[in-house]
Write a protein that binds this ligand. Structure first.
Ligand code: MN
Length: 264
């Protein structure tokens, strides 16, 4: 299997090394792992692409490239420029430093990369490590992802429905905020929503008197509804959520058509 690996924390991020190791397990001895990752951290850029300026790509050794662009740029670079012999069989994005569950999905560059792969017709899985008091201060905060990543990806590949074009499915995996030995299992979930973690801004004033705003969010461990990604992770389970880039709300379409007398 030929696998393209990317992330949004940048090419030197510790989670990328974790994912490269998972990808090597999945690809097997006859496979290939290609890395195209952002030169600098791109967390929070979502599915942005560099549409009005070019993206510089630099090689750092065999099958390893940094792009001065977004995670979605990296996926496009990998599929259309860097990886020879046609599109890769799989794109893996992560392992993100912090959870991409609940409303974080809407902002995540890790998710944006997987979404771009899905739009390009390539199977994709985003992986993120939820942090909390039980794992953040340990020697290896990525312990759960490191120990359970390969098996989780393999089980998705064994059982996944990738959906029909044009909007194929992709998968969002979050590893719970506990050491690997405390992981209780795996749950297939829906995207939750944490009201308290809604993003806000705080201002600071520079030494030169200019006003700057910092974005921050609230607590990440707020329990969300039954069967959701945040709840599964907070309870110690690996969460897997199927996603698509089609954001249409089907039940609202029917109601709005009725309201407009649209019988289509
Ligand atoms: Mn990130």
């Amino acid at each position: 299997m030929r696998i393209l690996v990317t992330n949004d924390d940048g090419i030197n991020a510790p989670g990328l090394a974790v994912l490269e190791s998972i990808a090597a397990d999945i690809a097997g001895p006859g496979g290939e792992v290609w890395v195209v990752a952002p030169a600098f951290e791109q967390s929070g850029v979502g599915h942005a692409i560099s549409f009005i300026h070019p993206t510089m790509i630099t090689g750092f050794g065999p099958r390893r490239f940094a792009a001065e662009g977004s995670p979605a740029d990296c996926v496009m670079a990998g599929i259309h420029d860097v990886v020879p012999g046609g599109p890769p069989d799989l794109v893996l994005s992560g392992v993100n430093r912090g959870n991409n569950a609940g409303e974080n999905v809407a902002y995540s560059g890790t998710i944006g990369a997987a979404m771009e792969a899905a739009l390009q017709g390539v199977n994709a899985i985003a992986l993120s490590q939820f942090f909390g008091p039980e794992n953040l201060a340990t020697d290896d905060p990525f312990d759960a992802a490191r120990a359970h990543g390969t098996d989780t990806v393999r089980r998705i590949l064994d059982h996944a429905d990738w959906g029909a074009a044009p909007y194929s499915l992709f998968y969002n995996v979050n590893f719970p905020p506990v050491p690997a030995r405390d992981v209780r299992g795996t749950r297939v979930t829906r995207q939750g929503f944490r009201r308290l973690s809604r993003h806000r801004v705080e201002h600071t004033v520079s030494p030169a008197g200019r006003r700057f705003l910092w974005v921050h969010s609230g607590p990440q461990d707020e329990m969300t509804g039954e069967g959701t990604d945040v709840q599964a992770c907070v309870e110690g389970y690996v969460s897997i959520t199927p996603l698509t880039a089609d954001l249409t709300c089907d039940h609202a379409v029917a109601r709005l058509r009725a309201g407009f007398g649209d019988r289509s």
